[in-house]
Design a protein around this ligand. Structure first.
Ligand SMILES: Cc1cc2nc3c(=O)[nH]c(=O)nc-3n(C[C@H](O)[C@H](O)[C@H](O)COP(=O)(O)OP(=O)(O)OC[C@H]3O[C@@H](n4cnc5c(N)ncnc54)[C@H](O)[C@@H]3O)c2cc1C
Length: 226
């Protein structure tokens, strides 16, 4: 089934917690891997179970492929990768992708959980392009929020299960996006929206954008379908 696709050999180089529910994994490869922002690889979990993971690297080509995985679910990939040790061999199929960045004056990025991964290289490119960037990130609890300070751009965070200490926004990511849509009515048709994460979040965000008459060609999304 995968015979015609380019396979790569890799070794786990590092596996670090980014938040309570996200890990950042670096896979060292034999060859340089070229990719575009938004691309993903297909990892063979345990040697044979294929699972897709977006590339979080900011520059291509690279011999150190970075992925961000959701560790909060009990699936095969999450279980196997959560505690995977440095030195374990892991093979994958070459980068694929339909989730494409397009240079534009306004770029807004919306993610929950590991959906932030492909947005990282896109945001990096948007910075280079001097685009006006806004980032919206949703999580369940504050401990689920990764440190994204390296992006060096203010991020609009919201969580659905706040502790008493949380002083920020509460609710789903569409809520903070809606506030900004309402404040920016005059430029809405000029913005490109990039959305990534679980299908239910994407569907709700698409409804919100369509209710604001955003054209389909200005909405670019990747569903992490189960
Ligand atoms: C293009 C693309 C890019 C992607 N990129 C990423 C990425 O960068 N990072 C990322 O984390 N994911 C990404 N995904 C999703 C990823 O490929 C997997 O689908 C996802 O991580 C779930 O795989 P899994 O093997 O952990 O769960 P699976 O074994 O496939 O199970 C699916 C779901 O079923 C439920 N489930 C499974 N077993 C049990 C059980 N024993 N008890 C109760 N419930 C259970 C869980 O909710 C689980 O999440 C991407 C998907 C696509 C399509």
């Amino acid at each position: 089934m995968f015979d015609s696709l380019k396979k790569h050999k890799g070794v786990i180089y590092s596996n670090k917690k980014l938040s309570n529910t996200l890990n950042h994994i670096v896979i060292k490869t034999e060859d340089y891997i070229s990719f575009e922002p938004g691309d993903y690889i297909t990892l063979f979990i345990g040697g044979y179970v294929p699972r897709n993971y977006s590339i979080a690297n900011i520059s291509s080509p690279s011999k150190n492929i970075e992925i961000i995985i959701n560790t909060s679910t009990p699936g095969v990939g999450a279980r196997e990768l959560k505690d995977i040790k440095s030195g374990v061999e892991i093979n994958f199929l070459e980068p694929f992708g339909n989730f494409k960045y397009k240079k534009n004056k306004y770029s807004w990025f919306i993610a929950v959980g590991s959906g932030i991964s492909p947005l990282i290289p896109m945001i990096h490119q948007a910075k280079i392009d001097l685009s006006n960037i806004k980032i919206f990130f949703g999580a369940r609890e504050e401990f689920d929020i990764p440190d994204l300070s390296f992006l060096d751009i203010p991020i609009n965070y919201t969580i659905t299960k706040p502790s008493d200490e949380w002083k920020g926004d509460v609710g789903r990511v569409q809520l903070i996006l809606k506030k900004e849509l309402d404040k920016n009515k005059n430029i809405l048709n000029k913005i490109y929206f990039y959305i990534c994460g679980q299908p239910i979040m994407i569907n709700h965000t698409l409804d919100l954008l369509q209710n604001n008459n955003i054209k389909n060609e200005n909405i670019i999304f990747e569903k992490y379908s189960l």
